[in-house]
Design a protein around this ligand. Sequence first.
Ligand code: ATP
Ligand code: MG
Ligand code: MG
Length: 356
Amino acid sequence: GATIGILGGGQLGRMLAVAASRLGFRTHIFEPSANPPAADVAHAVTTAGYDDHAALRAFAAAVDVITYEFENIPTAALDVLEAERPIRPNRRALATSQDRIAEKDFLSGLGLRVAPYHAVNDAADLAEGLARIGAPAILKTTRLGYDGKGQARIMADADADSALAAMRGAPAVLEGFVSFSHEVSVIAARGLDGSVSAYDPGENVHRDGILHTTTIPARLTPGQRSDAVLMAAKILNTLDYVGVMGVELFVTADGLIVNEIAPRVHNSGHWTQNGCAVDQFEQHIRAVAGWPLGDGGRHSDVVMENLIGDDVLRVPDIAAERNAALHLYGKAEARPGRKMGHVNRVTRGAGDPRRS
Ligand code: ATP
Ligand code: MG
Ligand code: MG
């Protein structure tokens, strides 16, 4: 069978490799650090840095198609890979989501709403941005941020200096603080044939800047729910996207605001493993391999809880719960803030015709 190359060997790469294997594909992981979570389940692993172009070329030559589990792949590495094999999702999706300013320019160009934003490279930019947008606001590095890292809140103008110092000289963007009632995300997929399938939106709660729970269904009016899905479809179609994407949204009194997009399977889509016949990982592999998309309809209500750091100590108790599906990533050391696994609590058979 065909071999799917996956850039990145974290838990997302691991769950992609399991899904690929279930469909009869071989997987080959490319990952700089040794013994990553995906190595246990993949057929082959290349341990090399993204500056090792010979290793990248050999990896590409050994696979049929290349995908990725994270968006911060260096441009020069992509050039090497793309000369050998197709990369799905494509370069434009990566370039757009790697940079928060390019992302917001793209989204607002589509007519979607984003938080007011202002590029900040120095103190003068920040003063100008604060004068225009006003506090409270958030200063974020334009690149490489995740799990709330590389962000500083500005509650009043007096916080400006310390916020700028927290960027450590990296290019940043000032965002107006959106007063949202709650956060939701849409996990959507687009196939090679251009068909789009979106999962039911989930409601996300963060703790210390890290996703804590996703609850499905989200609290949304029918109008908001279809808006959310249509927005995701517009983004995917415009990017000629192939694969699964996560679209994070703020729910406000006057509509949905896009926070950010992630060109990959997404933590807030983990509930699909136990809520849908075809989960986000299989859906992504199907799209990348050029298969038709699968049925992403939801058959159950689910609450996904991330197990972060010492949360794994609760695994024996969780293992004894009814209707709780555990997904552990095989990480040996439970450091604070480290995602060790998740549990999907299936609360109701929403689509079961024997009910209701
Ligand atoms: P992820 O791990 O999702 O990639 P990230 O580090 O890229 O996270 P964001 O998603 O930009 O960070 O922000 C993390 C969280 O901080 C958001 O989910 C939201 O709760 C809050 N937040 C971010 N930007 C804003 C904003 N402009 N207004 C209000 N809250 C915000
Ligand atoms: Mg992000
Ligand atoms: Mg986010």
